[in-house]
Design a protein around this ligand. Structure first.
Ligand SMILES: *[C@@H]1O[C@H](CO)[C@@H](O)[C@H](O)[C@H]1NC(C)=O
Ligand SMILES: *[C@@H]1O[C@H](CO)[C@@H](O)[C@H](O)[C@H]1NC(C)=O
Length: 877
């Protein structure tokens, strides 16, 4: 019985494909959700197996809505395997839905009629169960191992339905000794290593996936050797064991959560670094410790408040989590190898090894492969052709790369991104790079030709890099007005100016988009209590979670929020206001982050794109409180990080939701891992910054010292430009770029026409998929991502998320997310290996033509206005 139900669900999955093939117009008719409802409600009355049963009244209701004529007309073989046509017809007749002869079912009627007279089950053999592999798959997808309740996978998102099992074993151990030990050790280790190498010339970054793979055998080993004896804690009746059984998937998930907290950077450490190494000012270590911890934890409080909408709703599906789910399943689930094929785990390791082995080529022997531009090979002396052809500093026409890092390094893994998001993002990119930039540059708007076409630096009026030292008064840390007036305004490359514009538009568009498309749901949800709400938005996963586990009470989050808020206020106002930010600034940063968490969360949860608040926060505090570089970066960190932390907590909760981790265990793991990670990052940074003389100061360091802090000067320059010079002298009345403010308005109204059109023409499918915030994110993410990254990302995304997803669905279901994880893991391991084996000994590659990471477009960065002198560029007269 349950097997038949399972097969029915399978039919659902395969069926949609079969239908689309048999008749195009069926596409709109075929509605898996409706079909799932039919199977769910009518169950025994229509699926194979068991006796014929009269349909229940509810089943009749559903049958009435269902166009059986249509279903019968295009009955896919797979549907026939699941649904007992005889029973369906019987039920339909009871419901008085006559079926015309000529349809599959209608012809059947005659047979069935005769057969049922004779009561000979002739057709049983024809409708055998599907092959092995299908049963196995169907078993996983189709029914819960939890025997009392038969669950139907009613999850409305296809990708989730294919990937996330609806089974759960609530008895699996979760927060065990192994979890704590491995989790804390990997969190501390990653935090230490990744922070240590931030300040070094040759950087090493160990990513979470490395730890994820390494901890699995260790966990299994511990399960084998640790004593299983139960211990009782004195004075309580609480018992625990060092080894409560086999190493479980849930323990592994939590260890990975710990590791990822450690691996991710702590943004506030940048502040500590520039204060100590660039500004050379005093900083109370306790203030620094609190700063690191509070910026990371502030968002946790309201992550809890948004759970209802961003976690429990099945439409908020967080695409990135599916990779994790697939990988964990491949690592933990037993799978029989199909004949002539591979199991997921074998597939994973084969791709991992290939990706690992190949990555040594672009990372070490032949870095030229990470950005090849054909035009530059032919036009060695033309600035214009190099600007058009360069993938790193130009429009990137005919440029490409043979390096997975180029594909996924800046824009994320394209295999995870749903097709509509790929299209929106690429459309935004095309508008920016193929339309706006060329027009703006070659019409010389904003004096574009004086500066490089693509650059994220700031320039003075002479086309030279802006000398921030010159206008900074080192005594007061404020702007030296006399110098500034005699020097120059701040100028940007024209593309970069528009990037800011797109960033502004993206924020207002995010709010407008979410208000238009999701506003009604959100308001409704807010009015109801959590319990009622889950009826409307919940799916099978929400039901299982609610049934099997205690939820985290809301007041836990309020309490954390209260405590962290008080500590943050103390961090800013205490310690003699070393951090410059007054209390109202903190509250404002928090309010901004809070306001954006839901809109940006909705976008991140549905498209895998997450715009940041770094620009807008810099801008706001720069206007309100100019001349205070530290206040500027502290405000930025509180605003930017608390939103992005809130969303990463929410995303982790969703991962827990998919993997059926008890929410309370998830809560504690996240809290503890965040505190450990921030403290460890802080301790490592503080130790290095205090003990190494002249760290980060390239001029004063010994020539061969590795402590050059590449990357920190970007943060430092930003603090001067936004904090000391101030946005008023860039985007305000005293700057060159105040037209860019129109983009706030453009972003706010742009979603409106598309929303209106999609309401007016509900049959026009593509209109529904226009997503202006993602479109603008595509237009605004240039720098640090470059044209070549976009082109390759779009290409790979198109192939896998669109073509494979639509045309090779079986392959996609089984392999896509595993492929995504394996490719990333391969380059992560090779990065660590080359560092340990070679970089550590100062060996960085081989010196030959292809051994430099450059696209050989040296002229692409040259200005084309007459009379600008830049080294390496011809002076145009
Ligand atoms: C920047 O200005 C400072 C102070 O005026 C000067 O000492 C320094 O040489 C300038 N740097 C460059 C690169 O021009
Ligand atoms: C930061 O500014 C200094 C000069 O003040 C300049 O030499 C350096 O290149 C700038 N760095 C970045 C990343 O803009």
């Amino acid at each position: 019985m349950s097997l038949a139900l399972a097969t029915a669900m399978l039919a659902l999955i395969y069926g949609s494909e079969a239908y689309a093939d048999s008749a195009n117009q069926v596409h709109t008719f075929w509605n898996p959700i409706k079909f799932a409802k039919l199977v769910a409600t009518c169950g025994v009355s229509i699926v194979i197996g068991g006796d014929r049963k009269d349909p229940s009244p509810e089943c009749c209701e559903v049958l009435k809505q269902f166009d059986l004529q249509f279903l019968c007309l295009f009955m896919a073989p797979i549907v026939r395997k699941a649904i007992d046509v005889e029973k369906l017809i019987y039920a339909a007749l009871k419901r008085d839905q006559s079926l015309k002869p000529g349809t599959d079912c209608g012809v059947f009627v005659l047979f069935v009629f005769l057969v049922s007279l004779a009561e000979v089950p002739v057709f049983r053999s024809r409708r055998e169960l599907p092959g092995n592999m299908d049963v196995e798959l169907g078993d996983r997808h189709g029914h819960s191992t939890n025997k009392e309740v038969e669950e139907v996978n009613d999850c409305p998102i296809e990708e989730v339905k294919y990937t996330v099992p609806i089974t759960d074993d609530p008895s699996l151990p979760v927060l065990t000794f192994r979890t704590w030990l491995l989790g804390i050790v990997s969190c501390m280790l990653l935090a230490f290593v990744n922070e240590f190498f931030v300040y070094r010339q040759n950087q090493l970054y160990i990513s979470t996936v490395c730890v994820q793979l390494v901890t699995l055998p260790i966990g299994r080993f511990m399960a084998r050797v640790l004593p299983t004896k139960k211990h009782t804690v004195p004075l309580t009746n609480w018992t625990f064991s060092l080894n409560p059984g086999p190493f479980s998937l849930k323990e592994h998930v939590l260890i990975t959560i710990f590791a990822s907290a450690g691996a991710g950077g702590v943004y506030a450490i940048n502040i500590i670094a520039i204060v100590k190494a660039f500004y050379h000012r005093g900083l109370n270590p306790f203030a620094a410790l609190l700063l690191a911890n509070t910026t990371q934890l502030l968002g946790y409080g309201w992550a809890g408040m948004f759970r209802k909408y961003l976690v429990d709703s099945s439409y908020m599906w967080w695409p990135g989590n599916l990779v994790q789910v697939s990988l964990f399943r491949a690592l933990h689930e037993e799978e029989k190898r199909p004949k002539g094929g591979l199991t997921r785990l074998q597939f994973f390791f084969i791709v991992l090894i290939c990706s690992f082995a190949y990555y040594i080529v672009p990372s070490f022997f032949f870095p030229y492969l990470s950005s090849i531009s054909i035009l530059c090979l032919f036009f060695k002396n033309s600035i214009t052709m190099q600007q058009i052809g360069s993938g790193l500093k130009g429009l990137g026409i005919l440029s490409f790369a043979l390096d997975w890092n180029t594909v996924s390094g800046f824009l994320g893994n394209p295999l995870i991104t749903p097709a509509f998001a790929v299209f929106n993002l690429m459309a935004g990119f095309a508008l920016m790079v193929y339309v706006i930039t060329p027009i703006a540059y070659w019409t010389n708007s904003f004096n574009a030709k004086k500066y490089p076409m693509f650059s994220s630096h700031v320039f003075d009026d002479q086309g030279m890099p802006y000398n921030t030292t010159r206008i900074l008064d080192p005594q007061t840390f404020s702007i030296n007005m006399a110098e500034y007036d005699s020097y120059s305004r701040i100028n940007l490359a024209v593309m970069f100016a528009y990037t800011y514009g797109m960033g502004f538009a993206g924020l207002t568009a995010a709010i407008a988009h979410v208000a238009l498309h999701h506003g009604k749901d959100i308001i409704e949800l807010w009015k109801k209590t959590a319990n009622q709400a889950h009826d409307k938005l919940g799916d099978v996963h929400t039901r299982i979670m609610k049934r099997n586990y205690k939820i985290v009470p809301q007041w836990w989050f309020y309490l954390i929020f209260g405590v962290v808020l008080v500590l943050s206020l103390f961090t800013c106002e205490g310690f003699g206001r070393q951090l410059q930010l007054p209390w109202w600034g903190l509250l404002l940063a928090m309010a901004m982050a809070f306001l954006f968490t839901l809109p940006i969360g909705v976008i991140a949860a549905t498209t895998n794109m997450q715009p940041g608040l770094n620009i807008i926060t810099e801008l706001v505090i720069g206007y309100l409180y100019p001349g205070k570089p530290l206040a500027n970066v502290v405000f930025k960190t509180y605003g930017y990080m608390s939103m992005s932390q809130a969303l990463s907590f929410v995303a982790d909760f969703k991962l827990g939701h998919y993997m059926k981790i008890p929410p309370r265990s998830m809560f504690w793991s996240q809290l503890v891992s965040t505190i450990i990670a921030s403290t460890m990052h802080f301790a490592t940074a503080w130790w290095l910054l205090s003990s190494i003389k002249n760290i980060c100061d390239v001029e004063k360091l010994p020539a061969d010292s590795p402590w050059t802090c590449p990357g920190d000067d970007v943060f430092y320059n930003a603090s001067i430009i936004w904090g000391v010079v101030g946005p008023k002298r860039m985007f305000g009345s005293l700057g060159n770029y105040n037209q860019m403010n129109w983009f706030f308005l453009i972003g706010a109204v742009a979603p409106l026409p598309f929303w209106g059109l999609s309401k007016a023409f509900p049959n026009c499918e593509w209109l529904k998929y226009v997503n202006i915030p993602v479109f603008l994110a595509g237009a605004g993410s240039l720098m640090p991502a470059r044209s070549v990254n976009f082109v390759m990302w779009g290409l790979v995304g198109f192939i896998f998320s669109w073509w494979v997803f639509n045309k090779r669905k079986n392959w996609w279901m089984k392999h896509n997310y595993i492929l995504a994880a394996a490719l990333d893991a391969g380059i992560a391991f090779m990065g660590v290996l080359t560092f340990l084996a070679l970089g550590n000994f100062e060996i960085y590659g081989i010196s030959w033509w292809g051994g430099v990471m450059d696209d050989y477009c040296p002229l692409a960065k040259c200005p084309t206005a007459p009379g600008i002198v830049v080294t390496g560029c011809p002076v145009i007269s």
